[in-house]
Write a protein that binds this ligand. Structure first.
Ligand code: BTN
Length: 245
């Protein structure tokens, strides 16, 4: 079963709105915007979207435990998105640590997870997801990364409604299992979907390379595991980003 879905034509950001109106959205409910004027990405970046050009929504999900047990949540969410894309026929969708969805190394979708509540008590999360459906040439130029959209991979792309329904279904089932078992339940599936498994990468902090190695996978907390000349290194998501070396 899924919670309520609210659809708004234009809004600054579905994440911002849900954070500002916590009493209007219950556990499991979803807020979708046809267009966001101030869509936010990770690390202060902006997320461009225009009417019909993307699927942008936020899902409210409450956990019975504190923030300490949320590690790996964005990776588990990635598994749900990849499963949904596979279900609509996009079997080449892969994951990039910690929270991008790629097709042939181009970014198709991303997520921004924000939390609310007492640091030690039960935590509420706002899981914001943006999927590129049809980018304009202008938008492609604006975005610094190499990007792709659903229209590039289908002659008849599935409707946004159909994708949303399947995605909410997968998210609900993944989040229920995550609540009970944590990321460990998804570790091997995540690795099987990992775009850069066993490849050389650089860990960047801003524009500085802070570590290089071969990615051997992720651990049960969702941290990245690298093999380096100095031994194994564990990298936690935070202000770092990943590049192929
Ligand atoms: C990223 O790749 O950096 C994360 C992108 C997350 C975008 C989604 S769109 C719906 C939700 N509302 C926002 O303002 N951001 C997220």
């Amino acid at each position: 079963e899924t919670g309520s879905v609210t659809v708004l034509p234009v809004i600054d950001s579905t994440n911002t709105w849900m954070l500002q109106h916590p009493d209007d959205f219950e556990h499991g409910s979803c807020l979708l915007a046809e267009c966001q004027t101030q869509g936010r990405g990770r690390r202060g970046r902006q997320w461009t979207s225009s009417i019909g050009g993307s699927l942008t929504f936020s899902l409210r999900w409450d956990f019975p435990f504190g923030i300490a047990r949320l590690s790996g949540l964005s990776l588990a969410t990635g598994v749900a998105i990849a499963r949904a894309l596979h279900r609509v026929g996009l079997t080449s969708a892969q994951l990039k640590w910690p929270n991008d969805i790629l097709i042939h190394n181009k970014k198709l979708a991303g997520m921004l997870i924000e939390t609310q509540g007492d640091a030690l008590g039960p935590i509420q999360t706002i899981i914001g997801i943006g999927i590129n459906v049809h980018l304009t040439a202008e938008q492609r130029e604006e975005i610094a990364q190499s990007v792709t959209d659903l229209s590039e991979h289908f002659s008849h792309p599935p409707s946004r409604n159909a994708i949303l329904a399947i995605l909410l279904d997968e998210l609900h089932s993944v989040l229920k299992v995550f609540t009970e078992k944590g990321f460990a339940a998804f570790q091997s599936e995540w690795e099987s979907l990992h775009a850069w498994q066993n490849q050389p990468v650089s860990i960047m902090q801003n524009t500085t390379t802070i570590l290089q190695g071969i990615v051997t996978g992720v651990n049960a907390d969702g941290a990245l595991v690298l093999r380096t000349p100095h031994g194994e290194e564990i990298v936690h998501a935070g202000d770092v980003s990943l590049r192929r070396a």
